[in-house]
Design a protein around this ligand. Structure first.
Ligand code: TXE
Length: 502
């Protein structure tokens, strides 16, 4: 497949994909920007309600089509394996397209693209292992069992920071369970998902199993989540949009999984390997320029090693090379959106006005043209009540706080609206496990950070959302349980009394 490369997509208006066919949307065009120079590089369309309706109907038809509904679960798995092979051949092309759209490091996007076939193979292997259970109810001559079945059409809404990675972790379990999908990528980064649509057809998935619409959240996104044909919404994005989706889902009684923002505590204890910890803290916040929901943006350092650790963190940050995300030696690329550059500047201003000390960065680097670059930024003397400690920046800004002992640490760390990820660096396993038990976070990394796996459940609590991606937990998210009861006694039933278990 050669059509969808960066150079081929350049300056064109990209199509949508409905029922296995690319078509040009009739909707108004939206500019997509290259964050390395702030220039428009391609365009997408803001789909109309009618186009969203066509996509959901195509997905609904696929659920009734014997070519999808009646194939065996092993055949579903085989289709996914074929898709994984095709994706593997396209890793570089997909990574390049995504870098063009969101400006993240090519090395990072390549690593994420390489994880896509791994994720598909993992869930392909599950397709024929999705079992019900047999339940020993207190009734002789009665067999009670459950079957798991697909939900129907899954509406998948993804953000711009890691589009295909976010998409695959939703659609791989959804397909393994036998659902069909309609995906709406972010208006800021749709090109990778658009290129992906063709691979589904190449792999041999029946028409309509995968559909892709584009557009703004308030228009195309809203039409998708409000559509009565949607059986479940899978959303990854910001907390305020998450609330809109949850309200809408409640209105329609549609189940939803929400993976929202974070303000994740990243802890350095006095008994840790301080160099490894400082390295972990720097990687935890500045990798992906902080544009990751699990960014370790609230760093807690034990007071007796505070100065030493701060110095190490600053030293490592000073060595970060900022520049073109395609260069192999660059460690920090631009931010994906100009609005994020402005948002970071506001955070920096507020943090200073509230009394935090700007210990590093805080501005925009010189000599990088019109790219949307910001410096890695560190605030010290941060307290947990400050804006910088409470709200998600989604940029390369670290706040460093102090703690005295474990009680103080957990009181502060858990005093947050968010509860997505967390990390702790310590040489004491007992301490690490006590932290693991008491921390309010969906993920706990011990002596490592930002180490996700498609095989391991991920997702948050509190304002970080609900529902799980990855691991077997994802299969439960995309399938439903049906209970079956068989009476093999041959006896007549008392027509007027419920046959409740006694
Ligand atoms: O996210 P939005 P944005 C956080 C991060 C960032 C903030 C805003 O803090 O600064 O969110 O980013 C679609 N109905 N995260 O504005 O708006 C939208 O089109 C249906 C954290 O990009 O949440 C896009 O496809 N859909 C995060 C998707 O929702 C709607 C990743 C995400 O957009 C919609 C990204 C609506 N009413 C941002 N409104 C993470 N957890 O990784 C918007 N959308």
């Amino acid at each position: 497949m050669t059509a969808f490369t960066v150079s081929a997509l350049q300056e064109t208006c990209l199509p949508i994909s409905i029922n296995g066919e690319y078509r040009q949307s009739a909707g108004p065009e939206i500019d997509c920007f290259d964050p390395t120079n702030g220039q428009v590089w391609c365009r997408i369309s803001d789909c109309s309600d009618a186009e969203v309706d066509a996509a959901v109907r195509a997905a609904g038809d696929a659920m009734r089509n014997p070519a999808w509904r009646d194939i065996t679960q092993s055949q579903r798995g085989a289709l996914m394996l074929r898709l994984a092979d095709i994706l593997e051949e396209n890793v570089e092309r997909i990574a390049e397209i995504e870098v063009k759209d969101n400006g993240k490091l090519l090395r990072e996007m390549r690593a994420l693209a390489q994880a896509l076939p791994v994720g598909l193979r993992y869930f392909a292997g599950m397709a024929d292992k999705i079992e019900g259970t047999t339940i020993p109810v207190n009734k002789p001559d009665m067999l009670n069992f459950t079957v798991r079945e697909p939900l129907g059409v899954i509406g998948v809404i993804i953000p711009w920071n890691s589009p295909l990675f976010m998409m695959i972790r939703a659609i791989a379990p959804a397909l393994a369970c036998g659902n069909s999908v309609v995906v709406k990528p972010s208006e800021h980064a749709s090109a990778g998902a658009i290129a992906f649509a063709e691979l589904m057809t190449q792999a041999g998935f029946p028409d309509g199993v995968f559909n892709l619409i584009t557009g703004y959240g308030h228009s195309a996104g809203n039409a998708l989540i409000s559509h009565p044909g949607i059986a479940k919404i899978d959303f990854t994005g910001g907390p305020s949009t998450g609330r809109v989706i949850a309200r809408n889902a409640a209105e329609q009684l549609t189940p939803a999984s929400l993976e929202l923002g974070g303000k994740s505590p990243h802890v350095v204890c006095d008994d840790a390997d301080l160099d490894a910890a400082a390295n972990g803290v720097v990687a935890g916040i500045f990798a992906a320029a902080g544009q990751t929901c699990v960014a370790g943006s609230r760093c807690f350092v034990q007071e007796n090693v505070y100065d030493e650790v701060v110095e190490k963190i600053i030293e490592k940050t000073r060595a970060i090379k900022i520049g073109d995300p395609r260069s192999d030696d660059v460690q920090l690329g631009p931010l994906a959106l100009w609005s994020q550059v402005e948002k970071v500047a506001e955070f920096v201003e507020t943090a200073r006005s509230q009394g935090a000390t700007l210990a590093f960065g805080g501005g925009r680097p010189e000599g990088l043209g019109d790219g949307w670059y910001v410096e890695p930024t560190i605030f010290t003397d941060v307290t947990n009540d400050m804006h910088i400690a409470r709200e998600e920046v989604f940029g390369p800004v670290l706040g460093i706080l102090k703690f005295t002992d474990e009680d103080d640490l957990l009181t502060q760390a858990n005093d947050s609206d968010f509860a997505l990820a967390s990390g702790i660096w310590t040489g004491n396993i007992n301490r690490a496990l006590r932290f693991m038990r008491r921390i309010e976070a969906g993920m706990v990394w011990i002596n490592t950070y930002r180490s996700p796996s498609i095989m391991s459940p991920s997702g948050g609590f509190k304002d970080s959302g609900y529902g799980k991606h990855n691991g077997f937990a994802a299969i439960q998210e995309y399938s439903r349980i049906k209970t079956v009861v068989i009476d093999y006694s041959g006896a007549q039933q008392d027509a007027f009394v419920m046959r409740v278990t006694k």
